[in-house]
Write a protein that binds this ligand. Structure first.
Ligand code: URA
Length: 188
């Protein structure tokens, strides 16, 4: 698929998501947060679900965790615009509670289509939630991080969630280490 075809398919998918009422989260949303970034990115970053800021702005990772994510990407030699950023859920769960199984079931096809269209080399999963969903495992992030796992045609790199590291210096150091590793892998 060339860049133009990818843009076309992503635009169509985003329009479908903007009208989605497949689970009850549509009732509480201000905006659907489809995701954004380069349509032919080498790296796709996957978070959990939009928070308050994201719901208000309709864009992923625009709050404090997003600022941390931008700085982490820079350690890998990546600008935010170069990657594709999405979440497992496209609408904000009330009070930022964890996503429910039915919500994931209703929503996951959007993420899977995004991965098919962008076709990244690496998928970086942020935190336990996205990691469990993409890797289909219950293993904890602490055991999975620091390595690349082949999942179908994608190389998956699980890392701590940048929000979880905001107030935990040791997690932040490990996250920084992992993003530098990503930069090294991308340069090879
Ligand atoms: N946390 C997430 O997992 N996703 C966002 O978009 C923002 C915060």
């Amino acid at each position: 698929m060339d860049r133009q075809e990818r843009i076309g398919e992503l635009t169509e998918l985003a329009e479908e998501a903007s009208r989605c009422r497949a689970c009850p989260l549509w009732e509480g949303r201000t905006n659907v947060v489809f995701g954004e970034g380069a349509p032919d990115a080498r790296v796709m970053v996957v978070g959990e679900a939009p928070g308050k800021n994201e719901d208000e702005q309709g864009r992923p990772f625009v709050g404090a965790a997003g600022k941390n994510l931008d700085e982490l990407l820079a350690l890998a030699g990546l600008a935010r615009e170069e990657v594709f950023i999405a979440n497992v859920l496209k609408c904000r769960p009330p009070g930022n509670r964890n996503p429910l199984t039915e919500e994931i079931r209703a929503c996951a096809h959007f993420l899977h289509d995004q991965a098919r269209i962008v076709n990244p080399e690496y998928i970086v999963t942020l935190g336990n939630f996205a990691t469990h969903h993409i890797m289909r495992t219950d293993k904890g992030i602490t055991r999975l991080r620091g390595q690349v796992h082949q999942v179908g045609r994608f190389k998956v790199m699980p890392v701590y969630h940048p929000a979880a590291a905001l107030y935990d210096r040791s997690k932040q150091e490990i996250l920084e280490h992992d993003f530098k590793l990503l930069g090294t892998l991308l340069a090879q």
